[in-house]
Design a protein around this ligand. Structure first.
Ligand code: KG4
Ligand code: ZN
Length: 337
């Protein structure tokens, strides 16, 4: 079964053809990062307009790159939630149009489910159940993936997402959007113990995260330096901040694995590209003799291949949308459409 998948939840317009949920026949990603950089973050209105301009060409190229015709496709899949509503609507409406004109079934895919599915593409042996840490620009969740379409959230952030915290810390240190990647690179040259930063814990929860206090601590320390007219070593601050975020994420994730008895762990989402997070989790899992699956770097960020992978399992489960499918800015991973 060949699925044509579309992703437009944020600032990447992407289309992909995926066979049987695991084989990527083509993947096209048109990034808008350069344009949003000058504003220091994604401008939703601009993002929607760029999606409208590029979606048709991106989809055509995905079909052409796979050396197929639209008549070779068996279903259309699209990210319908969560994300920027204007951006999502472009993908959803385009997919609906294709579904009407071709008569092909329309498969709605949740963005975080798709991030998890990026691992099915890279690791052909990976099957649920497993415990997953999903960390992106908008979410930080610890999720029990019971089967391909059954999810149980056992921990999440109470305020900022990990990626958001990385981006904000990077921004106050003068790095370009999206700062998380830059901060990760700059941190390689710094001393992670140079600055004392908190490891915030959530009082009434074993597994929830909180990153806003950590972000404020960084901003305050930077302001103190600026007020005194002293030069801040951004390598050291980046390294200290990165260590603090990674320790918060890995501590709760590993605790959850231990307490719930999972020996199969999966990392997903844009922040799964973070080099220290990958290194830390790899070491810990090796010590515990647990199996760790991580997406390859090219599938960590937003892309339609992961949508096509998850769509296959949604289709098998019977999750087919009607033509009145809507987009949603927020929607929990454990709810059906
Ligand atoms: O999943 P994603 O591409 O988009 C959302 O669904 O939000 O995640 C983007 C987030 C951004 O906040 C970006 O800064 C962060 O992932 N990110 C990183 C790294 N690469 C991307 N954060 C830390 N270290 C990285 N290497
Ligand atoms: Zn994402």
């Amino acid at each position: 079964m060949k699925i044509l998948a579309i992703e437009s939840s944020c600032d990447e317009t992407s289309a992909s053809i995926v066979e049987q949920g695991r084989n990527v026949l083509s993947l096209v990603v048109a990034s808008q990062i350069e344009e949003h950089k000058i504003y220091g973050g994604v401008v939703p209105e601009i993002a929607s307009r760029r999606h409208i301009e590029s979606i048709s060409g991106v989809v055509k190229k995905a079909i052409k790159d796979a050396d197929l015709k639209i008549s070779d496709i068996n279903a259309i899949a699209v990210t319908y939630a969560p994300g920027l509503i204007g951006s999502l609507l472009v993908g959803v409406n385009f997919a609906k149009g294709l579904s009407i004109s071709t008569g092909l079934p329309l498969v709605p895919v949740h963005h975080l489910r798709a991030h998890i599915a990026a691992n099915y593409i890279a690791h052909k042996d990976l099957e649920p159940p497993f415990l997953c840490l999903v960390v992106s620009g908008g979410h930080s969740h610890i999720i029990e993936v019971k089967d391909y379409t059954t999810f149980n959230i056992i921990g999440k952030t109470r305020d900022d997402a990990a990626g958001e915290a990385f981006d904000k810390a990077a921004r106050v240190m003068g790095m370009e959007y999206p700062g998380g990647v830059q901060l990760d690179i700059i941190a390689q040259k710094g001393n992670p113990y140079a600055f004392k930063l908190p490891r915030p814990k959530v009082q009434d929860s074993l597994y929830d995260f909180s990153f806003s206090g950590l972000k404020t601590a960084v901003i305050n320390q930077i302001h103190n330096y600026n007020q005194k007219g002293e030069l801040l070593c951004i390598e050291d601050m980046s390294a200290s901040f990165r260590l603090a975020v990674v320790e918060c994420l890995s501590t709760n994730f590993l605790k959850a694995a231990k307490n719930l008895g999972y020996k199969k762990l999966v990392l997903a989402g844009g922040v799964s590209a973070n080099s220290l997070l990958r290194e830390r989790l790899s070491e810990e899992c090796k010590q515990n003799k647990w199996k760790l699956y991580m997406p390859p770097l090219n599938l960590c960020g937003d892309n339609a291949a992961m949508v096509g992978s998850q769509a296959y399992y949604e289709y098998l489960y019977g999750n087919i949308a009607n033509i009145d499918l809507n987009a949603f800015a927020t929607k929990s991973i454990d709810t059906q459409i």
